[in-house]
Design a binder for this molecule. Structure first.
Ligand SMILES: [Fe+2]
Length: 303
């Protein structure tokens, strides 16, 4: 990990290889990413009425705020327009729609001054998505909906690229998480008691990299990157969109980032939809990735 590519004129094959090697990519807004944030802003406006969504947290009790997000976020995730925008972005950034699968997008909110950091607005501690049953070939796409600044961005922690950290991923199974924890997200307002994989040793978070693309700009990174939500001190809630992609031939050939410390089981592979026709990944591939609980190699469970 040593480079940030800006509006790189490389094809998707070369880009994925760089991403698996830990490089970061930033793109200027594309027509579809701009359409996507406009769509998101419209939903936010509707949800918060006359209040500026980035400032609404200062004007209502946190329970009411959490209830608004709990209604808004699932609507955004599952709206057909969201899928269309993702397909547009993938096409604009030269991904093969026959080989590229994506999952439904999430809308994230990072409130300022610790107003709401659990449940529906979970503030992510330093983690790799691969601790959460993502395949090593998963690629993450992250888009700010409004302008961001260093004080309300997300951070990468390059010290941990390719370096193992003792962590709780061996206790995480995606199917189990889906069955129990996700349903209760909105109930966790003051604290979050859901068990998530954390680093289990002191972390060196500096040096860290905070990329600050304009609203609608796109950050692309490996699911194996150590990253976190910056504690927001900007005085404005940060809203962002993220989604993930998997490239079928890479998944079949087990190409991707090197797994240094992810020992979770289960798999998110069942979530991805093909760019061309929204078909799921082949059944045999899903089975091959779906490790049963407690079956991860001992070498990947540093203790
Ligand atoms: Fe993440």
């Amino acid at each position: 990990m040593n480079s940030v590519f800006m509006d790189a004129a490389v094809g998707d094959d070369a880009r994925r290889k760089h991403v698996y090697d830990g490089q970061l990519f930033v793109y200027s807004p594309t027509p579809s990413s701009l359409a996507f944030i406009e769509f998101a802003k419209g939903m936010l406006k509707q949800a918060f009425g006359s209040l500026d969504p980035a400032l609404a947290q200062f004007n209502m009790p946190v329970e009411q705020y959490a209830a608004i997000l709990a209604e808004l976020k699932p609507k955004f995730i599952h709206h057909p327009t969201s899928k269309e925008c993702i397909r547009g972005i993938l096409s604009e950034l030269k991904c093969d729609p026959m080989a590229t699968y994506f999952d439904v997008p999430r809308m994230r909110s990072a409130t300022s001054e610790g107003y709401l950091t659990s449940g529906i607005a979970y503030a992510f501690h330093p983690h790799r998505d691969t601790w959460y049953s993502a395949p090593m070939c998963q690629i993450n796409w992250w888009i700010p909906i409004y302008p961001i600044q260093a004080e309300n961005a997300m951070a990468f922690h390059p010290h941990y690229w390719g370096r193992a950290v003792r962590n709780g991923s061996h206790e995480y199974n995606y199917a189990e998480w889906n069955a129990v924890s996700r349903k209760t997200a909105a109930q966790h307002i003051k604290t979050d008691t859901r068990k998530q994989p954390h680093a289990e040793e002191p972390m060196e978070l500096d040096p860290q990299i905070r990329l600050l693309p304009p609203a609608g700009g796109i950050i692309i990174f490996s699911a194996a990157q150590m990253h976190s939500t910056v504690p927001n001190t900007a005085g404005r809630t940060r809203f962002s969109i993220d989604f993930r992609t998997v490239h079928l031939p890479d998944a079949e050939a087990r190409r991707g980032a090197v797994n240094v410390d992810s020992a979770c089981t289960g798999t998110t592979m069942g979530d991805y939809l093909r760019g061309s026709d929204l078909a799921h990944l082949p059944e045999d591939l899903l089975r091959a990735y779906d490790l049963p609980k407690d079956s991860a190699p001992e070498a990947l469970t540093p203790r």
